[in-house]
Design a binder for this molecule. Structure first.
Ligand SMILES: [Zn+2]
Length: 103
């Protein structure tokens, strides 16, 4: 087998690192646009919304990577319960289990 990444958490780490990279690039691009009003193709409100999304995404991703290195990754921040792997596959930087997310 050529698949060297068998551990699901290790696989998610790779995805989080890619995601981190993407958000960083997005943020850089948006910051450049915000300094050139009217040239980025976004109105200020849209641009601010996109900046917030990218910043939150970046913060959430960094946070998840930190939890991974601390060994607390996959635990709900609110109830301490385990976040199902299926949920983490969809949202690798999820902080809460489904129940707490809804609450
Ligand atoms: Zn929970």
């Amino acid at each position: 087998m050529t698949d060297t990444v068998q551990d699901p958490v290790e696989r998610l780490r790779v995805r989080l690192e890619e995601q981190f990279q993407q958000y960083t690039e997005q943020l850089t691009e948006l910051t450049v646009h915000s300094r050139q009003p009217g040239r980025g193709g976004h109105d200020p409100d849209t641009l601010n919304g996109l900046l917030t999304t990218a910043r939150d995404g970046l913060a959430g991703t960094a946070e998840a990577l930190r939890r991974m290195s601390e060994g607390t990754y996959g635990r709900c921040d609110r109830c301490g319960g385990e976040i199902p792997m299926g949920r983490l596959e969809i949202l690798p930087h999820a902080r809460y289990c489904v129940t707490c997310q809804r609450a």
